[in-house]
Design a protein around this ligand. Structure first.
Ligand code: PGA
Length: 252
């Protein structure tokens, strides 16, 4: 299909500056030319972004932020702007992660504004969506995904959609060791593409890269990555160790 596979390492609230730099140094020694086949992005904490980006300079590996606000500057205590992320060397940003939604009350409306702002600022966004265990058990998976997509994507145009990466991360699979089966992931991804086609069009939906996320490990990555609608992965726990992260990348 000509789409480049995309794998992100979401470190969440882990690693101080020294640990982040150590990871980057070790990872650079392992990467070889994998970056040619796979778009690789590390998402450290904000504090470590400039250090990691500096280590990865000219390496073909990217650095991103785990979140951002939709204003450039001002009285928004505790927030960080897209231009600040870019200035620190970030190229990508994760938006609407389920932990942001759950612990910090982020709504689809807020995420829609962030997504539009990321595009306008030149950051490449990864939009996270996914259902909880309860929603899946109650047969609500499709309606939840549809609602999240419809409301988070409402401010961007067709061209911006093509440049948006979607991460399907079922909440029940995140950090639990309960990875979705390749079949479960494939069927959700297929559905997501169908919704994208209905909001935008078939051609755009086909172009969008959809990552799976939720307990990806070296042992289950290959089967997930071989599914036709899975174009990448967003890795939490297993991205904290350079050896396991490189094994996941090399299973593409
Ligand atoms: P996990 O996290 O790989 O630790 O399940 C994935 C994520 O939240 O992006």
């Amino acid at each position: 299909m000509g789409k480049k596979f995309i794998i992100g390492g979401n470190w969440k609230m882990n690693k101080n500056i020294k640990e982040s730099e150590e990871f980057a140094g070790k990872f650079l020694g392992l990467i070889g030319d994998s970056y040619k086949k796979v778009e690789i992005i590390i998402f450290p904490t904000f504090i470590s972004v400039p250090y990691v980006a500096n280590k990865f300079k000219d390496s073909g590996i990217f650095t991103g932020g785990q979140n951002m606000y939709f204003q450039d500057k001002g009285a928004f205590t505790g927030e960080i702007s897209p231009s600040m992320l870019l200035d620190a060397g970030a190229t990508h940003v994760i938006l609407g992660h389920s932990e942001r939604r759950k612990y910090f009350g982020e709504s689809n409306d807020l995420i829609a504004q962030k997504l539009q702002k990321a595009h306008d600022s030149g950051l490449k966004p990864i939009l996270c969506i996914g259902e909880t265990k309860e929603e899946r058990e109650n047969g609500l998976m499709e309606s939840v995904l549809k609602e999240q997509l419809t409301n988070s994507l409402k401010l961007i145009d067709d061209k911006q959609m093509k440049e948006t990466v979607i991460a399907y991360e079922p909440v029940w699979a995140i950090g639990t060791g309960l990875t979705a089966t390749p079949e479960q992931a494939q069927s959700a991804h297929e559905y997501i593409r169908k919704v994208l086609a209905s909001i935008f069009n078939e051609k755009t939906a086909e172009k969008v890269r959809i990552q799976y996320g939720g307990s990806i490990k070296p042992k289950n990555a290959k089967d997930l990555f071989s599914k036709p609608d899975i174009d990448g992965g967003l890795v939490g726990g297993a991205s904290l160790d350079p050896d396991s992260f490189i094994q996941i990348i090399n299973s593409v």
